[in-house]
Write a protein that binds this ligand. Structure first.
Ligand code: G3H
Ligand code: 13P
Ligand code: NA
Ligand code: ZN
Length: 328
Protein backbone atom coordinates (compact mmCIF):
# COMPACT_ATOMS: atom_id res chain seq x y z
CA UNK A 1 0.00 0.00 0.00
CA UNK A 2 1.04 3.61 -0.50
CA UNK A 3 2.02 5.00 2.91
CA UNK A 4 3.39 8.24 4.28
CA UNK A 5 7.11 8.42 4.84
CA UNK A 6 6.64 9.47 8.46
CA UNK A 7 5.07 6.10 9.23
CA UNK A 8 8.08 4.20 7.90
CA UNK A 9 10.68 6.47 9.50
CA UNK A 10 8.98 6.27 12.90
CA UNK A 11 9.09 2.48 12.72
CA UNK A 12 12.73 2.56 11.61
CA UNK A 13 13.63 4.83 14.54
CA UNK A 14 11.79 2.64 17.00
CA UNK A 15 13.65 -0.43 15.78
CA UNK A 16 17.01 1.17 14.99
CA UNK A 17 17.35 0.60 11.25
CA UNK A 18 17.70 2.76 8.14
CA UNK A 19 15.78 2.79 4.87
CA UNK A 20 17.44 3.36 1.51
CA UNK A 21 15.52 5.83 -0.67
CA UNK A 22 16.17 4.91 -4.29
CA UNK A 23 15.72 7.35 -7.15
CA UNK A 24 13.55 6.08 -10.00
CA UNK A 25 13.26 7.18 -13.60
CA UNK A 26 11.96 4.17 -15.51
CA UNK A 27 10.19 0.82 -15.43
CA UNK A 28 13.26 -1.36 -14.88
CA UNK A 29 14.38 0.62 -11.82
CA UNK A 30 10.93 0.42 -10.24
CA UNK A 31 10.80 -3.32 -10.90
CA UNK A 32 14.31 -3.86 -9.52
CA UNK A 33 13.48 -2.09 -6.26
CA UNK A 34 10.21 -3.98 -5.81
CA UNK A 35 11.78 -7.37 -6.54
CA UNK A 36 14.52 -6.61 -4.00
CA UNK A 37 12.01 -5.44 -1.40
CA UNK A 38 9.83 -8.52 -1.90
CA UNK A 39 12.83 -10.83 -1.59
CA UNK A 40 14.07 -9.17 1.62
CA UNK A 41 10.68 -8.21 3.08
CA UNK A 42 11.61 -4.51 3.14
CA UNK A 43 9.55 -1.31 3.14
CA UNK A 44 10.15 0.88 0.08
CA UNK A 45 10.92 4.54 -0.48
CA UNK A 46 10.99 5.45 -4.17
CA UNK A 47 11.82 9.02 -5.02
CA UNK A 48 11.56 11.09 -8.16
CA UNK A 49 13.74 14.12 -8.83
CA UNK A 50 12.75 17.03 -11.03
CA UNK A 51 15.00 15.44 -13.65
CA UNK A 52 13.12 12.15 -13.33
CA UNK A 53 9.78 13.87 -13.85
CA UNK A 54 11.18 15.65 -16.88
CA UNK A 55 12.62 12.42 -18.32
CA UNK A 56 9.66 10.10 -17.77
CA UNK A 57 6.79 12.56 -17.49
CA UNK A 58 4.85 12.93 -14.26
CA UNK A 59 1.99 10.69 -15.29
CA UNK A 60 4.27 7.84 -16.30
CA UNK A 61 6.16 8.04 -13.01
CA UNK A 62 2.99 8.19 -10.98
CA UNK A 63 1.49 5.13 -12.64
CA UNK A 64 4.74 3.18 -12.61
CA UNK A 65 4.80 3.56 -8.83
CA UNK A 66 1.06 2.89 -8.66
CA UNK A 67 1.69 -0.32 -10.60
CA UNK A 68 4.35 -1.27 -8.05
CA UNK A 69 1.89 -0.71 -5.20
CA UNK A 70 -0.78 -2.85 -6.91
CA UNK A 71 1.64 -5.61 -7.86
CA UNK A 72 3.04 -5.93 -4.33
CA UNK A 73 0.05 -5.24 -2.04
CA UNK A 74 1.83 -6.45 1.11
CA UNK A 75 4.78 -4.03 0.77
CA UNK A 76 4.50 -0.47 2.11
CA UNK A 77 5.63 2.02 -0.53
CA UNK A 78 6.43 5.72 -0.19
CA UNK A 79 6.26 7.88 -3.29
CA UNK A 80 8.58 10.76 -2.44
CA UNK A 81 9.45 13.88 -4.35
CA UNK A 82 13.19 14.47 -4.18
CA UNK A 83 14.64 18.02 -3.99
CA UNK A 84 11.55 20.13 -4.53
CA UNK A 85 12.85 23.60 -5.30
CA UNK A 86 9.77 25.59 -4.30
CA UNK A 87 6.48 25.26 -2.44
CA UNK A 88 4.82 25.27 -5.87
CA UNK A 89 6.75 22.18 -6.99
CA UNK A 90 5.84 20.44 -3.72
CA UNK A 91 2.19 21.38 -4.13
CA UNK A 92 2.27 19.90 -7.64
CA UNK A 93 3.67 16.63 -6.34
CA UNK A 94 1.06 16.48 -3.59
CA UNK A 95 -1.69 17.08 -6.18
CA UNK A 96 -0.25 14.20 -8.20
CA UNK A 97 -0.54 11.85 -5.20
CA UNK A 98 2.97 11.77 -3.74
CA UNK A 99 2.86 10.68 -0.10
CA UNK A 100 6.01 12.60 0.83
CA UNK A 101 7.84 15.66 -0.47
CA UNK A 102 11.20 17.28 0.03
CA UNK A 103 11.27 21.06 0.20
CA UNK A 104 14.94 21.81 -0.42
CA UNK A 105 15.17 25.37 0.83
CA UNK A 106 18.93 25.22 1.34
CA UNK A 107 19.11 26.65 -2.19
CA UNK A 108 16.99 29.26 -3.94
CA UNK A 109 14.58 28.21 -6.71
CA UNK A 110 17.35 28.24 -9.30
CA UNK A 111 18.92 25.29 -7.47
CA UNK A 112 22.35 26.93 -7.28
CA UNK A 113 22.18 30.10 -5.19
CA UNK A 114 22.63 29.47 -1.47
CA UNK A 115 19.51 30.59 0.37
CA UNK A 116 19.60 32.50 3.61
CA UNK A 117 18.34 30.79 6.73
CA UNK A 118 15.09 32.76 7.04
CA UNK A 119 14.11 31.91 3.47
CA UNK A 120 14.69 28.22 4.19
CA UNK A 121 12.53 28.36 7.34
CA UNK A 122 9.77 30.22 5.50
CA UNK A 123 9.44 27.93 2.46
CA UNK A 124 9.82 24.75 4.50
CA UNK A 125 7.20 25.85 7.01
CA UNK A 126 4.88 26.75 4.15
CA UNK A 127 5.13 23.24 2.70
CA UNK A 128 4.67 21.65 6.13
CA UNK A 129 1.44 23.63 6.58
CA UNK A 130 0.08 22.41 3.24
CA UNK A 131 1.32 18.82 3.47
CA UNK A 132 0.45 17.94 7.05
CA UNK A 133 -3.22 18.75 6.51
CA UNK A 134 -3.21 15.94 3.96
CA UNK A 135 -1.06 13.44 5.85
CA UNK A 136 1.87 14.01 3.51
CA UNK A 137 5.40 13.84 4.99
CA UNK A 138 7.90 16.68 4.59
CA UNK A 139 11.68 16.46 4.35
CA UNK A 140 13.70 19.68 4.62
CA UNK A 141 17.40 20.37 4.21
CA UNK A 142 19.75 22.50 6.24
CA UNK A 143 23.32 23.01 5.06
CA UNK A 144 24.80 22.63 1.59
CA UNK A 145 25.90 19.36 0.06
CA UNK A 146 29.44 19.65 -1.19
CA UNK A 147 33.00 18.51 -0.84
CA UNK A 148 35.15 19.19 2.21
CA UNK A 149 38.15 18.37 -0.01
CA UNK A 150 37.52 21.10 -2.59
CA UNK A 151 35.07 23.28 -0.63
CA UNK A 152 32.86 23.25 -3.70
CA UNK A 153 29.12 22.75 -3.96
CA UNK A 154 27.89 19.67 -5.69
CA UNK A 155 27.36 20.28 -9.41
CA UNK A 156 27.63 16.89 -11.03
CA UNK A 157 23.93 16.39 -11.67
CA UNK A 158 23.14 20.01 -12.40
CA UNK A 159 21.94 21.10 -8.98
CA UNK A 160 24.09 22.30 -6.10
CA UNK A 161 25.58 25.58 -4.91
CA UNK A 162 27.79 27.66 -7.20
CA UNK A 163 31.32 28.58 -6.25
CA UNK A 164 33.37 28.05 -3.11
CA UNK A 165 31.63 27.33 0.19
CA UNK A 166 32.67 27.74 3.79
CA UNK A 167 32.98 25.01 6.39
CA UNK A 168 29.89 26.50 8.09
CA UNK A 169 27.85 25.96 4.95
CA UNK A 170 29.18 22.45 4.25
CA UNK A 171 28.48 21.13 7.75
CA UNK A 172 25.02 21.49 9.28
CA UNK A 173 25.12 23.36 12.59
CA UNK A 174 23.44 21.39 15.42
CA UNK A 175 22.04 24.47 17.20
CA UNK A 176 20.63 25.89 13.98
CA UNK A 177 19.21 22.45 13.16
CA UNK A 178 17.35 22.43 16.47
CA UNK A 179 15.91 25.88 15.75
CA UNK A 180 14.99 24.81 12.19
CA UNK A 181 13.11 21.72 13.33
CA UNK A 182 11.29 23.66 16.05
CA UNK A 183 10.23 26.42 13.68
CA UNK A 184 9.24 24.28 10.69
CA UNK A 185 7.90 21.14 12.39
CA UNK A 186 9.19 19.05 9.48
CA UNK A 187 9.28 15.24 9.61
CA UNK A 188 12.80 14.53 8.38
CA UNK A 189 15.92 16.65 8.17
CA UNK A 190 18.54 16.30 5.45
CA UNK A 191 21.95 17.34 6.70
CA UNK A 192 25.29 18.29 5.14
CA UNK A 193 28.29 16.26 6.35
CA UNK A 194 30.61 16.26 3.34
CA UNK A 195 28.69 14.06 0.92
CA UNK A 196 27.69 15.22 -2.54
CA UNK A 197 25.56 13.84 -5.36
CA UNK A 198 26.99 11.78 -8.18
CA UNK A 199 29.93 9.43 -8.67
CA UNK A 200 32.76 11.85 -7.80
CA UNK A 201 32.40 12.41 -4.06
CA UNK A 202 35.89 11.79 -2.69
CA UNK A 203 39.37 11.46 -4.23
CA UNK A 204 40.28 8.82 -1.62
CA UNK A 205 38.51 6.49 0.77
CA UNK A 206 36.93 9.05 3.09
CA UNK A 207 38.18 9.65 6.61
CA UNK A 208 36.58 11.75 9.34
CA UNK A 209 37.99 15.04 8.03
CA UNK A 210 36.08 14.80 4.74
CA UNK A 211 33.06 12.69 5.79
CA UNK A 212 31.85 13.92 9.15
CA UNK A 213 30.00 11.14 10.94
CA UNK A 214 30.92 12.98 14.16
CA UNK A 215 28.73 15.88 13.00
CA UNK A 216 25.80 13.47 12.73
CA UNK A 217 26.42 12.42 16.33
CA UNK A 218 26.37 16.06 17.45
CA UNK A 219 23.13 16.76 15.60
CA UNK A 220 21.54 13.59 16.95
CA UNK A 221 22.58 14.48 20.52
CA UNK A 222 20.79 17.83 20.09
CA UNK A 223 17.79 16.34 18.21
CA UNK A 224 17.37 12.75 19.40
CA UNK A 225 13.80 12.49 18.07
CA UNK A 226 14.36 13.91 14.59
CA UNK A 227 14.71 11.58 11.62
CA UNK A 228 17.92 12.46 9.77
CA UNK A 229 18.45 12.03 6.03
CA UNK A 230 21.74 11.46 4.24
CA UNK A 231 21.87 12.61 0.63
CA UNK A 232 24.68 11.66 -1.71
CA UNK A 233 24.96 8.27 -0.05
CA UNK A 234 25.97 6.01 -2.90
CA UNK A 235 28.94 3.86 -2.02
CA UNK A 236 30.34 3.87 -5.59
CA UNK A 237 31.55 0.25 -5.43
CA UNK A 238 35.03 -0.18 -6.90
CA UNK A 239 33.97 -3.42 -8.61
CA UNK A 240 31.26 -1.57 -10.56
CA UNK A 241 33.78 1.08 -11.67
CA UNK A 242 36.09 -1.76 -12.71
CA UNK A 243 33.33 -3.44 -14.72
CA UNK A 244 32.46 -0.20 -16.50
CA UNK A 245 36.13 0.38 -17.35
CA UNK A 246 36.68 -3.20 -18.45
CA UNK A 247 33.93 -2.88 -21.02
CA UNK A 248 34.95 0.44 -22.53
CA UNK A 249 33.70 3.05 -20.06
CA UNK A 250 35.80 5.99 -18.99
CA UNK A 251 35.47 6.62 -15.27
CA UNK A 252 38.18 8.30 -13.27
CA UNK A 253 39.35 7.17 -9.83
CA UNK A 254 36.70 8.02 -7.23
CA UNK A 255 35.26 6.93 -3.89
CA UNK A 256 31.80 6.99 -2.38
CA UNK A 257 30.35 6.70 1.11
CA UNK A 258 31.44 3.35 2.61
CA UNK A 259 28.55 1.15 3.75
CA UNK A 260 30.15 0.80 7.21
CA UNK A 261 30.04 4.61 7.66
CA UNK A 262 26.32 4.57 6.82
CA UNK A 263 25.82 1.74 9.30
CA UNK A 264 27.49 3.89 11.96
CA UNK A 265 25.27 6.86 11.01
CA UNK A 266 22.16 4.69 11.39
CA UNK A 267 23.07 4.29 15.07
CA UNK A 268 22.77 8.08 15.40
CA UNK A 269 19.40 8.95 13.94
CA UNK A 270 19.92 8.56 10.20
CA UNK A 271 16.75 6.88 8.89
CA UNK A 272 16.64 7.71 5.17
CA UNK A 273 19.65 7.12 2.95
CA UNK A 274 19.44 8.49 -0.59
CA UNK A 275 20.89 6.35 -3.37
CA UNK A 276 20.79 7.01 -7.10
CA UNK A 277 24.34 6.75 -8.46
CA UNK A 278 24.95 3.13 -7.38
CA UNK A 279 21.95 1.98 -9.41
CA UNK A 280 23.16 4.00 -12.40
CA UNK A 281 26.61 2.39 -12.15
CA UNK A 282 25.19 -1.11 -11.75
CA UNK A 283 22.91 -0.81 -14.79
CA UNK A 284 25.61 0.75 -16.94
CA UNK A 285 28.16 -1.94 -16.03
CA UNK A 286 25.68 -4.69 -16.89
CA UNK A 287 24.67 -3.13 -20.20
CA UNK A 288 28.29 -2.48 -21.23
CA UNK A 289 29.17 -6.07 -20.39
CA UNK A 290 26.17 -7.40 -22.29
CA UNK A 291 27.02 -5.54 -25.48
CA UNK A 292 30.71 -6.44 -25.25
CA UNK A 293 29.78 -10.10 -24.93
CA UNK A 294 26.82 -10.03 -27.34
CA UNK A 295 27.59 -7.51 -30.09
CA UNK A 296 24.96 -9.03 -32.38
CA UNK A 297 22.03 -8.43 -30.00
CA UNK A 298 19.57 -5.56 -30.40
CA UNK A 299 16.41 -6.37 -28.40
CA UNK A 300 16.20 -3.91 -25.47
CA UNK A 301 14.62 -6.59 -23.30
CA UNK A 302 17.77 -8.64 -23.60
CA UNK A 303 20.11 -5.94 -22.29
CA UNK A 304 17.68 -4.36 -19.83
CA UNK A 305 17.20 -7.70 -18.12
CA UNK A 306 20.77 -7.95 -16.78
CA UNK A 307 20.66 -4.22 -16.03
CA UNK A 308 17.54 -4.74 -13.92
CA UNK A 309 19.15 -7.70 -12.17
CA UNK A 310 22.25 -5.62 -11.36
CA UNK A 311 20.10 -2.81 -9.94
CA UNK A 312 18.19 -5.36 -7.88
CA UNK A 313 21.43 -6.75 -6.44
CA UNK A 314 22.41 -3.27 -5.18
CA UNK A 315 18.97 -2.84 -3.57
CA UNK A 316 19.06 -6.28 -1.90
CA UNK A 317 22.52 -5.52 -0.52
CA UNK A 318 21.49 -2.14 0.93
CA UNK A 319 18.23 -3.51 2.42
CA UNK A 320 20.31 -6.12 4.24
CA UNK A 321 23.17 -3.79 5.21
CA UNK A 322 20.92 -1.03 6.59
CA UNK A 323 18.77 -3.45 8.61
CA UNK A 324 15.68 -2.68 6.50
CA UNK A 325 15.14 -6.34 5.62
CA UNK A 326 12.36 -8.07 7.52
CA UNK A 327 10.50 -4.86 8.36
CA UNK A 328 7.90 -4.62 5.56
O1 G3H B 1 19.22 14.60 -6.42
C1 G3H B 1 19.98 13.86 -7.01
C2 G3H B 1 19.57 12.61 -7.63
O2 G3H B 1 20.71 11.85 -7.90
C3 G3H B 1 18.75 12.86 -8.86
O3 G3H B 1 19.52 13.22 -9.95
O4 G3H B 1 18.49 15.29 -10.91
O5 G3H B 1 19.89 13.76 -12.30
O6 G3H B 1 17.61 13.05 -11.55
P1 G3H B 1 18.83 13.87 -11.25
P1 13P C 1 23.90 9.63 -4.90
O1 13P C 1 24.28 10.45 -6.09
O2 13P C 1 25.06 9.46 -3.97
O3 13P C 1 23.31 8.32 -5.27
O4 13P C 1 22.80 10.46 -4.07
C1 13P C 1 21.46 10.53 -4.48
C2 13P C 1 20.67 11.55 -3.74
O5 13P C 1 21.07 12.10 -2.73
C3 13P C 1 19.34 11.88 -4.29
O6 13P C 1 18.70 12.91 -3.60
NA1 NA D 1 14.91 13.75 -0.76
ZN1 ZN E 1 19.83 14.50 -2.84
Amino acid sequence: ALVSMRQLLDHAAEHGYGIPAFNVNNLEQVQAIMEAAAETDSPVIMQASAGARKYAGEGFLKYLIQAAVESYPHIPVVMHQDHGQSPKVCQGAIDLGFSSVMMDGSLKEDGKTIADYDYNVEVTKKVVDIAHKLGVTVEGELGCLGSLETMEGDKEDGHGADGKLTMDQLLTDPEQAADFVRRTQLDALAIAIGTSHGAYKFTRKPTGDILSISRIKEIHARLPNTHLVMHGSSSVPQELLAEIREFGGNMKETYGVPVEEIQEAIKYGVRKINIDTDIRLAMTGAIRRFFAENPEKFDPREYLKPARAAAKAICVARYNEFGTAGNA
